[in-house]
Design a protein. Sequence first.
Length: 286
Amino acid sequence: MKQGRIETITTRIISTTFMVVALAVFKPFGLETWQWQAYVHLVALGVIGFSICMITDVILKYVVKMPRSFKKGAEYIIRRNLWFQLINTPLVALGICLYRHFVLSDHIEGNQFSLVNYLETLAIIAFCSFAIGLYWRFKFRSKYLSMELEEIRELNEKLSTPLPHREGLGESLLLRGTTNESVTLQISHLLYIEAVGNYVKVNHSLNDQVRTDMLRATMKQMEETLQDYPMIVRCHRAFLVNLGQVEQIVSHSGSTQLLIKHCHESLPVSRSNMAQVKAAIKQAES
């Protein structure tokens, strides 16, 4: 059995055990009236929870197309874990609710399947799922951080080598605003564009000097004008950056920044745009 598979099964067993212990402590669904038989039912609920966890993994792999993988980076793992919780929690609640109806209702009438009972079960499992998620996030925090640092290192290596798409950025481009003003520059000289109110600041290099021109325009207009240049991407809601002019990617205290050549300024990278930045760098290498 592959190491990844063993780790997945171990993780699901620990998570299910946490849920069973929580149910054993609070004894919902009338479990306190079953005396020693309650532990038999808890084991059965644990088996149901574990089985549904494994089914959720299958759904993620073949339906959502998100197989378990540490090679795709920490951001992918966090996003996949979120999808896992969103799918798994309602399914586990449904499985337990059906067990309440077909098994526990013989002894406790209030366990018949109903919307109220399902919502009650969902709230309990959602709480357990949230607590388990915090536990795993804390446990794997150092592992996620090391993965992020390794990924940043690989991206910096790719930025330090000539990429094919950079060679095609020597042509001139005319950037127009909503009024008569315009800026003509070589794409390879563009550093970044910053949104400032109703204007954008076009920062570019000219004769080894950094020049800034103001245009009355929106970032959406700039994105549409530059959409044919894959190395120019949105790194933040207020910034468009030419990755060919990025000297280094720096990750510090949970934030990521791009250090720009010539001006040595740093641009923030939002989490929602980080995937686009990574994809552009990797695509440029191919």
